[in-house]
Design a protein around this ligand. Structure first.
Ligand SMILES: O=C(O)c1cc(=O)[nH]c(=O)n1[C@@H]1O[C@H](COP(=O)(O)O)[C@@H](O)[C@H]1O
Length: 271
């Protein structure tokens, strides 16, 4: 998928919502545990009831990897289901990878070629040769952690280096990488006030913004400080949507939560 196609979907659906698939077997409705593949059954039900309200899905691979081969198979079934039935949705493998060059190439192949995700989240800590292998794939994107939503973000990311906070150095330096037009950035919704400065450095890049819902970030503030003229935002909510109910009505309850966010987004997009 291209960035232009993603922007078109945002305009068409009046939504920049990304539904996070952080599927915890201890939180899904108990009746699904009798299914042959409970994780996939849950993912499928959530996808089928929310697809018209969102433009992206973000399976967090940790929740699948925790179950070994079986979990990886559930992840594979989920991405295959999305690519077959909802090819206009942008897919994000939230795997937070990044390593020396030849290893990064293998990670990129795993997510872009084998699983056929549109994008993968990566950490910038190991620098240029760990990031650039992800940028060699046409119409695929690496989503780089810039300023994360968690409290630990203040340990390193906001510390000043060469007169700039580290997260700003990350944005500036990585924008010079080869094929940097295939980079997007993660900025936590809990740090919306930083978005103004971030937009000065990366005015055109898509930003993946997790942290609304369960982590308490404000959608309105994210839009106010983070939107560009193409919107340029994907706002993720995982637990706030997918665990709206743990009863048999879980999929309808997730739809209601997703719709609440989509309606708020449509209002913001009209301003
Ligand atoms: O890369 C991410 O997606 C991410 C970055 C970040 O700074 N904060 C953050 O919460 N995330 C992910 O976004 C999701 C947030 O989930 P909820 O808090 O349940 O909406 C989880 O999958 C996190 O791993």
């Amino acid at each position: 998928m291209t960035q232009k196609e993603l922007s078109q979907q945002i305009k068409l659906k009046k939504s920049f919502l990304c539904v996070g698939l952080d599927i915890d077997l201890e939180k899904i409705p108990p009746h699904l545990l009798q299914e042959e593949d409970p994780m996939f059954a849950f993912a499928k039900a959530i996808i089928d009831t929310t697809h018209d309200l969102c433009v992206a899905y973000k399976p967090n691979t940790a929740f699948f990897e925790a179950y070994g081969v079986k979990g990886w198979q559930s992840l594979e079934k989920t991405i295959q289901y999305l690519n077959k039935n909802y090819p206009d949705h942008f897919t994000i493998a939230d795997a937070k990878r990044g390593d020396i060059g030849n290893t990064s190439t293998r990670y990129a192949k795993a997510f872009f070629e084998d699983l056929n995700f549109d994008s993968v989240t990566i950490a910038p800590y190991m620098g240029k040769d760990s990031v650039e292998p992800f940028l060699e794939f046409e119409d695929k994107f690496a989503i780089l952690l810039a300023l994360t939503s968690n409290a630990g973000a203040f340990d390193f990311q906001t510390k000043t280096i060469d007169r700039l906070p580290l997260y700003q150095q990350v944005l500036k330096t990585t924008s010079q990488y080869k094929n940097s037009e295939r980079l997007m950035y993660v900025v936590g919704a809990t740090k919306a006030e930083y978005l103004q400065d971030i937009r000065k450095i990366v005015p055109d890049s898509f930003l993946l913004v997790p942290g609304v819902g369960a982590q308490g970030g404000s959608l309105e503030e994210v839009y106010k400080y983070g939107a560009n003229d193409q919107v340029g935002l994907l706002v993720n909510s995982s637990r706030g949507i997918i665990y709206a109910s743990q009863q048999e009505d879980f999929a309808e309850a997730a739809r209601a939560k997703a719709m609440q966010m989509q309606v708020e987004m449509a209002t913001l997009l009209r301003l």
